[in-house]
Design a protein around this ligand. Structure first.
Ligand code: MG
Length: 364
């Protein structure tokens, strides 16, 4: 009989956190809610650890640390957005916990350090593309991989090549054709920076060089990603665009939890299309690749500058195309740093301060 797994959720209020609670509720003999953190919204849950507040508050951080390092905790789901997820992720890994990671920024900023702390256990991906690649790689050897192919829906603008991206509104950018997600990742999907971040994430998760990771447009979002092997075989994972599946895969591993989502009816999928990414119209992937190849804190700068620029766009301070331009200018201005944890956090702070200091001149 399988032992019940004690699960802690960092960030239970958001979309991933809510769907994780759903997966736990539906698998009571297998999963148990050990603890959770949430924003200031009132608690509706009974759990041993119920932590309200914001990362950065000393009491909150101390209680999160105690929860994720508690000997009874088995698995930590990391779903708090942004750089604040880094410290509790490292604490959980150093305490020997399994980590299911939804916050891609953690790997973008500090992938080498995080994967070193994870050791042989590795990290269980929650991002749908990485869950797909992970599933394609079960039972395969690293040396058998030729390339990873990350699919992108294209976001709201890819299918409209005549649209002037300088003029698009916040509402248009938030109108994602396939996935329902938070505003930050939805804007990242529209600029394609989401795919740039996911490329860096895949590089660290699976130990595959950046030059062997590609992005292709797949408007139907049915194929969640693919792996090509040295013999020419191509494996894909197909499913509904429903995050409960990658969450269930991460929580159930190495078993599969029954009925996580309704099965995919192949005859209802319709034609599946794949197109190359236009890197001139959407330069974010190229920018992310070169930042990751250069290293020295640049992925952290890419991530932080992007986050600040997305916030400025959502606040209607800059036009859509200025998001990626801001990231590019910030990377150009960055003097370069080292790859230790403190250096990475410093690069993050530097980039945020730089974008804010330039915010006047970034406006049209
Ligand atoms: Mg994704």
């Amino acid at each position: 009989m399988t032992r019940v797994i004690n699960v802690a959720i960092l960030g239970a209020t958001g979309s991933i956190g809510q769907q994780t609670l759903d997966v736990i509720d539906r698998n009571p003999g297998r999963l148990r809610l050990f603890g959770l953190t949430e924003g200031t919204r009132s608690a509706r849950r009974s759990a041993e650890h119920l932590i309200q507040g914001q990362a950065g508050e000393p009491d909150f951080d101390a209680r999160v640390h105690a929860m994720v390092t508690d000997p009874r905790c088995d698995l930590v789901v990391v779903a708090i957005p942004g750089a604040r997820a880094l410290a509790p992720t490292m604490a959980a890994l150093e305490a020997g916990k399994e980590v299911a990671l939804a916050t891609k920024e953690v790997l973008v900023m500090a992938g080498a350090l995080v994967m070193k702390a994870a050791g042989q256990r590795g990290i269980r991906p929650v991002d749908s593309e990485h869950s797909a690649i992970w599933q394609c790689l079960w039972g395969e050897r690293r040396e058998s991989i030729r390339r990873l192919i990350i699919t992108a829906s294209g976001g709201p603008f890819w299918a409209h090549p005549d649209l002037d991206l300088d003029q698009v509104t916040v509402e248009q950018a938030l109108n994602h054709p396939r996935w329902s997600m938070g505003p930050k990742v939805t804007i990242d999907s529209a600029t394609m920076m989401n795919k740039g971040l996911e490329m860096i994430e895949a590089h660290h998760l699976f130990g595959v060089p950046l030059g062997q990771i590609e992005v292709i447009i797949h408007p139907q979002s049915a194929v969640h990603s693919l792996v090509e092997f040295v013999d020419g075989s191509l494996k894909a994972q197909i499913g509904r665009p429903d995050m409960r599946l990658p969450i269930a895969v991460a929580l159930g591993y190495p078993d599969r939890l029954p009925d996580a989502v309704p099965p995919t009816a192949l005859d209802e999928l319709g034609p599946l299309e794949f197109y190359p990414l236009d890197e001139d119209r959407f330069p974010a992937v190229r920018l992310a690749r070169s930042a990751a190849q250069a290293g020295g804190g640049r992925p952290a700068v890419l991530n932080a500058a992007n986050e600040e620029a997305v916030n400025a766009f959502l606040a209607r301070e800059i036009p859509f195309t200025r998001i990626i331009q801001t990231v590019e200018r910030t990377l150009e201005a960055f003097p370069g740093g080292d790859d230790g944890l403190e250096d990475i956090l410093e690069a993050d702070r530097w980039a945020r301060a730089y974008v804010k200091s330039k915010s006047g001149s970034l406006k049209p």
